[in-house]
Design a protein around this ligand. Sequence first.
Ligand SMILES: [Zn+2]
Length: 269
Amino acid sequence: MVTFLQKDAMNNIDFTRKKYSELLFRLKDRDYEFITFSEYCKGTFPQRFVILRHDVDLKPLNSFDVAKDEKSIGAKATYYFRAVPESWDDDIIKDICQMGHEVGYHYESLTTCNGDVEKAFEDFKKNLERLRKLVSVNTICMHGSPRSPYDSKDIWKTYDYKSLGIIGEPYLSTDFSQMLYMTDTGRRWDGYKVSVRDKIEGYQDEWNAKGWAFHSTDDIIKALQENRLPDQLMITTHPQRWNDFGFGWMKELLMQNIKNIVKAFIVRR
Ligand SMILES: [Zn+2]
């Protein structure tokens, strides 16, 4: 009895690889096709689909594990790597691409260049070239940098990424009037309340009114089982947050709770 209860409790621990796989299985049950962001940008996609987006902020090995899980389930996803040592790993970038996933550049050039747009564009081009030596890159995605005063997307007020053969940026090329966006920012699914940049302005209130605001992964799973979600979904996760239950999981829980308090303070200001 005790063992059964413990096992049941273990199954319900959120933000584990196991829970993420369960979410993918439920999406599959509900006939969501898995497409990459690049496929979406090309404009030919099925009626019902989900874009699995992963921002590899750090711990690339976690992303490698998630990519393997997805492949075994028959799901493809889009991974965005930062041009910093804690994210970038040549072998993992190539391996993830070879598994059939898309790889893109998670840029933060305006932050690293302290708001100098010209320098930022040069930095962006240099890193894009470096990534293209490993894999083909069609899409990019900004890294939020909550503590930075700069929004790296602002670089595109001056320059055009299309001139570099880039076809899309999730925050700029997605029709969110048709697509529900969910992100694990802050290690919860309703982190838009504390997020500085990872949120979709103008749509969140409408989504909340439709009952599309979720806290736990089980809340999303329940909505899928009840067929309450729209046909087009984008689900963003940060694989470094999804650990097997143990020390890494506890550490992530504590660290994210502290960060959420700090971010809530920044958002209020
Ligand atoms: Zn990021």
